[in-house]
Design a protein around this ligand. Structure first.
Ligand SMILES: Nc1ncnc2c1ncn2[C@@H]1O[C@H](COP(=O)(O)OP(=O)(O)OP(=O)(O)O)[C@@H](O)[C@H]1O
Ligand SMILES: [Mg+2]
Length: 587
């Protein structure tokens, strides 16, 4: 048993052991009826001791009632223990997923994680609640029946046990072959899950590009493979279960044959045959169950292997011992010769710059040049490959992670909103904020004007379960979210790319008002967002190729100046927008 499972079960040791003890009692009670039936036949019916009848019948009925009650009791105990255990496992794994780094999520499919949290966990529950007691109950019933029968007539018992080696052979074969098929089923299940999950997440793209048939085809292929894996697994037990069923089915035949011969020879009484007949199921059923239980144990084994891997995951970002967590930082940021790659691909190369506390740093560069990656390193979503990233002179890796992220906030380029109210989304980073504070942040982000117009204002639910927002509206909700938290260092990644020029100007005014109190990184393609910055970095191919203020960079006449001319239509380098449109219309 896995250590994590053992640790949880330990907490329920008392109810679990009680449940196990009760299965033993029930197994013992199972023997009462057949033994008494035999006695009734031999002593009451054949022997004529009528006075014994009522007492014996009373015992039988008492045993049946006790058995039903106790069985109910232990099934409830097992159910509770198993549900409590897997609830705790789920909680632990969910908490673990909260701590995992971005790199892990880059590599891991959502469908896979969903399968862990549902199917695999359920296999564990099934094992604790059902497989364990079935194994014990069947094992004890079998051994108790064999012992009782030995006591009644050892020769006949030996005859009946002659089938067990054949059954054992099939059970062992099944156990060996079936486990890999469960792993295969489970992997295919993950794939199927992933296809469905991605399709649902991307259903708008699918519709937009009219790729429904392609998606259906992709799904059909995975679905068919899933069916195939299940059929293959079934084929394994189809190979082993029939022999098991056959040999266990032989038992009653052997009993009647051998028992009959022994009665004729006077070696066995009719009552003893009745007892044997009453207990033949107690040998038969455990032998038949053995195959299925092995099946279930292997399924549990495969699931617990996978969960074990999940349990062993370590975030590569775990904090160093002695991590610092200052209440507030001044917000001086320094990159010293920082290089970074996501895998083999170098994304940032020898980056050095300083952002003094309260400064605004603009970052500009072609798409894919590494701008967002700078922000991700500063928030420590990833760790730099070499160099140093300092916040107030302390390496970001020396901060407590929660503390670091309380000091450095980011609005991400791909805004994610929860299916929650507007207010809930804005207050996600500071749930204790008052409504006034939310409204103020919303006004700063220029979100108030549209938010108040929504059907239920700030209580309107957005996202999957509610109304949709436009791209620019989503960006403003995300900006309000950050401004409400207002950490000392803020990174605005492409935050105003989808809003119109007037709204952007108003947002710029709000942001300018924060100058001096917050260190700000503004990543943008539109120069109007960054031209007022204290320092502008131009990133190309992961390197800083130009740096300075707006005027300095214009004078430099490089990439920045190019972009400036394109965007303002100034100078001869690029024709103005109307002129270009005219040209296109003429051409
Ligand atoms: N999670 C990731 N795993 C692997 N490579 C990545 C990952 N994220 C980004 N990259 C790569 O890193 C490079 C820089 O990405 P980054 O997001 O920093 O660009 P960017 O400058 O922000 O671009 P844009 O202006 O389009 O937002 C790109 O070439 C991209 O392919
Ligand atoms: Mg980016």
């Amino acid at each position: 048993m896995r250590p994590w499972l053992r640790a949880h079960l330990k907490r329920y040791r008392l109810p679990y052991l009680t449940g196990i003890a009760l299965t033993f009692v029930v197994s013992g009670l199972n023997l009462v009826s057949p033994l008494i039936s035999g006695t009734i036949v031999d002593r009451v019916i054949v022997g004529g001791e009528k006075g014994l009848l009522w007492g014996l019948l009373g015992l039988m009925i008492g045993a049946i009632v006790a058995k039903s009650l106790i069985r109910y009791g232990y099934q409830m105990l097992f159910e509770h223990v198993s549900q409590d255990t897997i609830r705790a496992c789920r909680e632990e794994l969910f908490a673990k997923l909260q701590r995992m780094d971005f790199g892990y999520y880059d590599r891991t499919k959502t469908g896979d994680l969903m399968a862990h949290m549902t199917g695999d966990i359920d296999a564990i529950r099934h094992f604790i609640a059902w497989v364990v007691y079935q194994c014990l109950e069947n094992g004890v019933v079998f051994l108790a029946a064999v012992a009782a029968l030995f006591f009644v007539n050892w020769k006949l018992t030996l005859v009946m046990l002659a089938v067990t080696p054949f059954i054992a052979r099939s059970t062992i074969g099944l156990s060996k072959e079936v486990k890999p098929t469960f792993s295969a089923i489970r992997e295919q299940f993950s794939r199927l899950n992933s296809v469905v999950q991605e399709n649902i997440a991307g259903n708008r793209v699918v519709r937009a590009l009219a790729r429904e048939d392609y998606e259906i085809g992709k799904f059909q292929a995975e679905n068919e493979a899933f069916r195939q894996r299940n059929v293959e697994s079934a084929a394994v037990w189809a190979k082993y279960i029939p022999p098991i069923e056959f040999f266990s089915g032989l038992l009653p035949v052997m009993l009647i044959l051998a028992g009959g011969v022994m009665i004729i020879r006077g070696e066995l009484t009719i009552g003893q045959l009745v007892t044997f007949n009453g207990l033949v199921w107690a040998i038969n059923q455990p032998l038949r169950m053995a195959g299925w239980l092995v099946n279930d144990i292997q399924r549990y084994g495969a699931a617990s292997d996978r969960l074990d891997r999940l349990y062993r995951l370590e975030s590569v970002l775990d904090e160093r011992p002695g991590a610092v967590s200052p209440a507030a930082v001044k917000g001086r940021v320094e990159f010293r010769h920082v290089s970074f790659s996501y895998g083999d691909e170098r994304v940032l190369e020898d980056l050095s710059f300083v952002a003094e506390s309260g400064q605004t740093i603009g970052i500009l560069g072609p798409t894919g040049s590494g701008k967002s990656s700078i922000g991700r390193l500063l928030c420590r979503f990833y760790d730099r490959t070499s160099g140093e990233i300092l916040l107030d002179g302390v390496d970001v890796r020396d901060y407590d992670l929660d503390c670091l992220r309380a000091q450095v906030g980011v609005t991400m380029q791909d805004v994610f909103l929860f299916s929650d109210t507007i207010e809930g989304n804005m207050a996600f980073g500071r749930p204790e904020a008052s409504l006034e504070e939310v409204l103020r942040a919303s006004e700063l982000a220029n979100a108030h004007e549209f938010a108040k117009e929504l059907p239920e204002g700030y209580d309107t639910i957005i996202g999957e379960r509610g109304v949709g927002l436009s791209g620019g509206q989503r960006q403003r909700v995300a900006l309000a979210r950050l401004l409400l938290k207002a950490p000392p260092v803020m990174i605005l990644d492409d935050t105003t790319s989808a809003v119109d020029i007037e709204t952007e100007e108003r947002i710029q005014e709000s942001i300018k008002a924060l100058r001096g109190r917050h260190t700000m990184f503004i990543i943008a393609h539109r120069l109007s967002s960054i031209m007022h910055a204290d320092q502008i970095l131009v990133i190309k191919g992961g390197r800083i190729v130009e740096r300075g203020t707006h005027e300095e960079l214009r004078r430099l006449g490089g990439y920045y100046e190019d972009v400036f001319r394109h965007q303002t239509g100034a100078g001869a380098l690029a024709p103005s927008e109307p002129a270009r449109a005219e040209g296109a219309a003429r051409g």
